[in-house]
Design a protein around this ligand. Structure first.
Ligand code: MOS
Length: 761
């Protein structure tokens, strides 16, 4: 079964209902409607069980002790006091932990899930400041926490690279940046820059950031013989199941990981040491174990966004056309993780230029493995690139939207591939109108209200379209007309289940109330990670493939006595609770009738989406225009975002309400990136010193103004359902939109995030 047939006859460009082959896009009904999340009532009634809420008899509670050096060896471990403390069930260290294989790095194989490939509590080696050195199981959480505080560890330190400046002296060349070449050159960009009439050339810096989802990382785990049951908070449960099987040397069929509800996941709810340690301790203690990281624990063992230093240089002629686009730089990484923070990705696809030089390298440090965090690469890459575009527009004396109009490419500027669908300029035009962009003055520092300087900025948002192969879905049609679609997907609150239920209702021609979407369990047909804004299209492709099998099976079941007799897959459509000829309304039979005539209780079909050939043939990206108004106090340097408009071109929108929330959530996180979020990493010791929400500042309600969201709803003819992903794009461009607004307000160009008061006074 192939998902290809879903879009093989379609044409790029504006969506034309008459030419696409996806019957879904000809239908009206539930798709696109702003339906509230179907999991919402369970959550507000407290009936949705999260990872740490599963009850087991004889359950014990885990607490961790963390290393306080960045690199070296453990020379002594005194656990006596902890072992004697009240309620202690077990103290586990590298000395008594079960022997386990090290995780494999994510993307190194189709089943690998490790954010790091370091062995977990298997020897005396310390690789980062904050590495777990002991796990205590207690009858209560408080007893475990207290006992963990009694553990004494001595270390022999080894020289550690904890300064980014030192690490940068020995840059490492990557072989690939997530499948793209780390260096990409078209023409001689440095020479072209030198001879350009107008140029900007700047260094932009972005700090480390840590994951701070509301729900702390947690798992409840239990062994039954050699079968392992894990209730996780996960955005990659299928991979987690396979990886845990590998680590403990058991068959994947023996591991079941479920994660129906997740209290926020932005790339951090993956497989880290805590789940592995909880499984190991449960094995050792022969009791079910619950582990909940403290907020500090999340900072210690869950990696986040790494530090970047980027150069963007633009050379233009006097009408703004680019002679040279240079985007290069370096990020901190470790030898034990797989996230190179692909900040150069936007520059490869956004603007037309005669020459390009794009290059990124990494600097290895002794630190916690960094990882994916909402729009890894693009969020910080667009800060640099889109700030530079603004600087260029300022030098040219040209409105920044007009500049972008002049450098809008006709095809992908570096790959030469056609765009599947691109409406960036329209997004700018719609956003500008909503925002009132015409009131902005090109010259900075022109508007003030008392101590407050007011400015407006804009920036481009962009994120690639990805779809994963190997994703399956199962459709179960019951005799009563109810439909259940199952796949090992994730809903972390973004509306996966709701949007796909809408999709199934429209595709199968049944009322939404009759559709259940079953997800969040590794025992279901193979799903996909909830990451990289890939899940919606990947599941969509699997449901389309399963629907093709479903139609074939229905035609077979209907047999020769049916009005459908003799019809082929291409001649039928699903509508009104049944299947019929596309144009001959008389040739129709309901699902109920087909099942009862064939004396079947149910029809179950499964399909797997074909490889994502569309990604090879087309340059596929989502776009957006971010508009920000700021007020900056001339006295304190305090910046307040006072208005925000996000105008997006992300393909067909499957649910206007949940999509709007996704875009808004991204923008809120972007406001944090722009103004407050920064992990303070002590460069002497490699210790994160602000490991709490009191000192690591995420935006709160009072930091977030009215945010207006617009979207084009232009179906992408190459994507299943016409939909590209929307999870990450909201955060991209926000850092630059805020920085550009700060420049417009104050005349000060801030190239280092976050834009704190000290940088403005
Ligand atoms: Mo994300 S960084 O794809 O959860």
């Amino acid at each position: 079964m192939s998902v290809q047939s879903d879009f093989k006859n379609s044409k790029p460009g504006r969506w034309q209902p008459a030419v696409t082959s996806d019957p879904l896009l000809r239908k009206h009904g539930a798709l696109g409607q702003p339906i509230s999340r179907i999991d919402g009532p369970l959550k507000v009634q407290g009936k949705a069980l999260f990872a740490a809420e599963f009850a087991y008899g004889n359950l014990c509670h885990a607490a961790l002790a963390y290393s306080s050096i960045a690199r070296g060896r453990i020379t002594s471990l005194d656990t006596d006091a902890a072992e004697k403390a009240p309620g202690v069930v077990l103290v586990m260290t590298y000395k008594n932990a079960p022997r386990m294989k090290a995780p494999s790095l994510m993307m190194s194989s189709p089943t690998a899930a490790g954010a790091s490939d370091l062995p977990v509590m298997q020897n005396d080696e310390i690789h980062w400041n904050g590495q777990p050195v002991a796990l205590v199981l207690g009858e209560t959480q408080e007893q475990a926490d207290y006992a963990a505080s009694l553990i004494e560890v001595d270390y022999a330190s080894l020289p550690a690279v904890t300064s980014f400046a030192d690490a940068k002296k020995k840059p490492r060349q990557l072989e690939t940046v997530l499948g793209e070449p780390p260096v990409l050159e078209i023409g001689d960009a440095e020479a072209a820059l030198l001879s350009s009439q107008v140029k900007v050339d700047g260094i932009y810096r972005t700090p480390r950031q840590n994951h701070n989802a509301i729900e702390l990382h947690a798992a409840t785990v239990a062994w039954n013989g050699d079968e392992l049951r894990v209730h996780d908070a996960s955005q990659l449960l299928d991979l987690t199941a396979g990886q845990l099987a590998d680590i403990f040397g058991i068959d994947k069929s023996k591991v079941r990981v479920s994660s129906p509800f997740v209290g926020g996941g932005f790339g951090g709810k993956c497989l880290w040491d805590h789940q592995i340690l909880a499984c190991a301790a449960a094995k050792l203690a022969k009791r079910p174990v619950r582990i909940i990281l403290s907020r500090e624990g999340v900072f210690r063992l869950v990696g986040g966004r790494t530090v970047t230093e980027q150069r963007v240089a633009l050379g233009a002629n006097s009408d703004g056309k680019l002679d040279a686009l240079i985007h290069t730089g370096i990020v901190a990484m470790t030898l034990h993780n797989s996230c190179p923070e692909q900040f150069t990705f936007p520059a490869r696809h956004l603007y037309a230029a005669k020459t390009f030089r794009i290059a990124q390298e990494v600097a290895d440090m002794d630190m916690l493995a960094n990882t994916f965090m909402r729009a890894p690469g693009e969020s910080v890459g667009t800060f640099a690139l889109e700030s530079a575009i603004d600087e260029l527009s300022d030098k040219l004396g040209l409105d920044p939207i007009e500049l972008r109009r002049r450098i809008e490419p006709e095809k992908d500027p570096t790959s030469g591939k056609p765009f599947s669908s691109r409406h960036l300029i329209e997004a700018y035009e719609k956003g500008a109108e909503k925002f009132g962009w015409h009131r902005r003055t090109q010259k900075p520092r022109q508007r003030r209200e008392g101590e407050w300087l007011i400015g407006m900025g804009c920036a481009t948002a962009t994120y690639p379209y990805y779809r994963f192969p190997g994703v399956s879905a199962r459709i179960r049609l019951a005799a009563d007309g109810n439909v259940t679609v199952s796949t090992a997907a994730h809903d972390m609150g973004m509306g996966t289940a709701t949007a796909q239920a809408q999709h199934v209702a429209v595709r199968l021609g049944v009322p939404l109330e009759r559709v259940s979407f079953e997800y969040g369990d590794s025992s279901l047909p193979r799903g996909v990670i909830a990451g990289g804004s890939t899940q919606t299209a990947s599941i969509g492709g699997a449901i389309i493939a399963a629907t093709e099998v479903f139609i074939e099976e229905l035609i077979k079941l209907a047999g020769n006595d049916s009005p459908l007799a003799g019809l082929s897959l291409d001649e039928v459509e699903l509508r009104d609770g049944g299947i019929g000829h596309r144009s001959d309304v008389a040739r129709f039979e309901t699902y109920h009738s087909i099942l009862s005539r064939s004396r079947r209780e149910e029809l179950v079909c499964q399909g797997e989406a074909a490889a994502p050939a569309e990604m090879e043939a087309f340059s596929m990206h989502s776009y957006g225009a971010q508009f920000c108004e700021v007020r900056v106090s001339e006295i304190t340097g305090e910046t307040r975002v006072s208005r925000f408009v996000g105008s997006f071109d992300a393909g067909h929108i499957l649910n206007a309400k949940t999509a709007t929330s996704q875009f808004k959530g991204g923008i809120v996180m972007g406001i944090g990136l722009a103004l407050t979020e920064e992990t303070n990493f002590d460069e002497r010791t490699g210790r994160i010193v602000n490991a709490s929400l009191a000192e690591y500042h995420v935006p709160v309600q009072m930091d977030v103004p009215q945010i207006d969201i617009l979207f084009s709803d232009e179906a992408d003819p190459q994507a299943p359902m016409g939909a590209r992903g929307i999870g990450e794009i909201g955060i991209t461009g926000v850092g630059a939109a805020v920085a550009n607004a700060v420049y417009n307000a104050t005349g000060k160009r801030i190239r280092d995030l976050p834009i704190t008061l000290d940088k403005l006074i």
